[in-house]
Design a protein around this ligand. Structure first.
Ligand SMILES: NC(=O)c1ccc[n+]([C@@H]2O[C@H](COP(=O)([O-])OP(=O)(O)OC[C@H]3O[C@@H](n4cnc5c(N)ncnc54)[C@H](O)[C@@H]3O)[C@@H](O)[C@H]2O)c1
Length: 358
């Protein structure tokens, strides 16, 4: 990576952060129940080290509320289609609130019928997918969590932004609640949020992440945002992104094929779609057997022979769980400009500034 101009960092207590984010949301007309869900999901991302999809998104989300591109008061409505399939209309409210309601319903169906599927339309960005996977894990469920997103990625062979950097996420519980399987990955070399984060922090980016608008590799986050993200694994990453659009966009009735609005664009509703499935792990064997098999898989993975230069092998999601433990104990690091950005939002609605630990 090219040299960065690092800013001073501050540590924030997670509880103080959640209180602050909730207050800013409520002051921007978000009902307290919805504000609590959104704040919990954003702080969950900060705790897991997914800083790109945490509380720093508040200024862009609040701008969408101010410009009436997102309705914070919307209540998702649910239509039961079959015993195992339901559809949610998010009515242009927070994606967090609609996806939370969707996964809650999918879990209820799975408890009775073994699996439940919920399709969500007319929604907004729901941040880090892993929080929805975690919602299912907390109920003892396996899950699939798909969403589509605004154009950022060319299809393989193309050069225009068409598909979203739409994350693919899924999870399964294991015997040790601290070692579940949680996959949550964008189909690009890096999530676009990592470029916004580098821009906020005045850092350079690796040249493999994106092309500028002339189609050349760049380490400048501003130029990368004018250009395109690069798919991981060439045509395979691009196909996974199309897959997210088929299941979340085409299937749900939400926008698709490059018509979802960017969460940083406050000019119009986003019409994001989500696809959520909860599955009971003990459908084909006892829960005890399933968990034993997951524990065995975990052990086989992390105890596998290491390649040269590797000290430790991690299970998917494990790095984020370890980060969460550290940040719960020590606080969450924020760059000075990020704290200032959040406090600017607080000033606009007369909320007290964010407390910093150091
Ligand atoms: N809502 C949206 O529209 C949207 C769009 C893009 C990204 N996102 C979010 O951005 C976040 C970041 O995505 P990303 O693709 O940059 O994630 P990432 O590359 O940091 O991680 C992807 C996956 O790889 C695993 N992993 C990473 N390093 C590992 C290692 N050394 N060993 C074993 N496993 C490892 C992680 O646990 C994770 O499951 C995700 O939470 C995603 O949901 C959201």
């Amino acid at each position: 990576m090219a040299e960065s101009t690092q800013q001073p960092m501050h540590l924030i207590n997670p509880t103080d952060l959640q209180t602050f984010v909730t207050q800013v949301l409520i002051a921007n007309n978000t009902p307290p129940d919805s504000a609590a869900i959104v704040a919990k999901c954003l702080v969950a991302a900060d705790l897991r080290g997914v800083d790109t999809h945490g509380s720093n998104r508040i200024p862009s989300y609040m701008e969408r509320i101010r410009q009436k591109a997102l309705d914070p008061t919307a209540t998702p409505t649910l239509r039961q289609i079959t015993p195992v399939a339901a559809q949610i209309d998010a009515h242009n409210g927070f994606g967090f609130v609609a996806a939370h309601a969707g996964m809650a319903r999918a879990i209820e169906m799975a408890e009775t019928y073994g699996m439940g599927m919920v399709s969500v339309k007319h929604s907004n960005h729901f941040g880090m997918s892993a929080w929805v996977v975690k919602q299912a894990l907390d109920a003892g469920m396996m899950s699939l969590v798909f969403t589509n997103s605004s154009p950022a990625l060319p299809v393989w062979g193309g050069k225009e932004k068409l598909m979203g950097v739409s994350p693919i996420a899924c999870g399964a519980p294991s015997g040790d609640p601290a070692k579940p399987f949680i996959l949550d990955m964008a189909p690009s070399v890096a999530a676009r949020g990592k470029i916004y984060k580098a821009l906020r922090r005045g850092e350079r980016i690796p040249t493999e992440w994106a092309l500028d608008k002339e189609g050349c590799p760049t380490d400048d986050p501003a130029k990368a945002l004018e250009g395109v993200m690069l798919p991981m694994g060439g045509p395979k990453g691009s196909a996974l992104s199309i897959m997210m659009d088929v299941f979340s966009g085409v299937f749900s009735g939400a926008a698709f094929a490059g018509h979802v609005t960017n969460p940083y664009d406050p000019s119009k509703p986003a019409d994001v779609g989500h696809f959520l499935v909860a599955i009971k792990p003990d459908l084909f064997m006892t829960m005890e057997e399933f968990k034993e098999r997951m524990d065995y898989l975990y052990k086989r993975v992390v105890e596998s022979d290491k390649m040269a230069g590797v000290d430790r092998i991690y299970f998917p999601g494990e790095i984020e769980i370890l980060m969460e433990q550290t940040r719960l104990a020590e606080g969450i690091p924020f760059a000075e400009a990020e704290v200032a950005g959040l406090n600017k939002e607080a000033d606009l609605v007369n909320v007290e500034h964010l407390k910093v630990m150091q």
